[in-house]
Design a protein around this ligand. Structure first.
Ligand code: CTP
Ligand code: CA
Length: 226
């Protein structure tokens, strides 16, 4: 079957996807960020739209054009991403957290640009934790029967860490990627295994991010009731 017309479709469903990487500001010109390109989240948005879903894409700082027919909500920080995802999730059938959310943000924000001081070393940057959006959504389930999907990037003991993370987050599916120096970030292709809270384990061979996205939607659609 051609992409976009495979069954089961997502017609009449509302799906919320987060994509990209958050930026946590230090001052008006600087931020702490990460290397997420947003490509996997955008592939999820395109493939869900192709299956007939209404798609809300909460997008953190990607350098990518808006996908056609998708409602894009631009955000910057983890806090903004949380607000947008929580709001959109109210009536969502599925929430997929593909964004790389910063675990920490600077403890304080300087309203003016931080300047060097003659003969002085800089102050260390104090960090505080950001909220865990995936765990919060999975615990809240604002809509009954809502499916919650997380992504995890692991460098070691991928399956063991993935299972532990799935349980900790309380989500239904966790897409586990093995990452390393040259792997995944910004790449066009992705190799992963999708772990289910029901014990399922679906390997996805190295291939385009659309193929991984299609596998995610197959697994989601099969688990959506009525
Ligand atoms: N996530 C989130 N909120 C955060 C951090 C992560 O919603 N503050 C989501 C990500 O979008 C992803 C999943 O949680 O779907 C797993 O992210 P990951 O960084 O692998 O998990 P962490 O719990 O942050 O664990 P680690 O200490 O390994 O980074
Ligand atoms: Ca993290």
């Amino acid at each position: 079957l051609a992409r976009g017309i495979r069954e089961p479709a997502l017609a009449g469903r509302h799906v919320v996807i987060s994509a990209g990487g958050t930026r946590e500001p230090l001052d008006p010109v600087r931020f702490l960020g990460n290397r997420s390109s947003g490509k996997q989240g955008y592939a999820l948005a395109r493939t869900a739209a192709a299956r007939g879903a209404r798609v809300t894409l909460v997008s953190a700082n990607p350098q990518l054009p808006d996908p056609a027919g998708v409602d894009v909500v631009p955000v910057g920080t983890a806090k903004e991403l949380r607000e947008a995802v929580v709001k959109a999730a109210t009536d969502a059938d599925a929430v997929v957290m593909a964004a790389a959310v910063a675990d920490f943000r600077p403890a304080s924000y300087a309203t003016g640009k931080i300047k060097k001081k003659d003969g002085q070393e800089p102050e260390p940057v104090a960090l505080v934790r950001n909220p865990d959006i995936l765990a919060e959504i999975a615990a809240a389930r604002p809509r009954p029967g809502q499916l919650v999907v997380g992504f995890a990037a692991e460098t070691d003991d991928v399956l063991v860490n993935g299972r532990a993370k799935l349980a900790r987050k309380g989500c239904d599916l966790l897409v586990v990627n093995e990452v390393g120096e040259a792997k995944t970030f910004g790449a066009e292709e992705n190799e992963a295994v999708v772990l289910g809270a029901d014990g399922s384990e679906t390997p996805v061979p190295n291939g385009p991010k659309e193929a991984l996205a299609d596998t995610v939607w197959d697994l989601v659609a099969a688990r959506l009731v009525s």
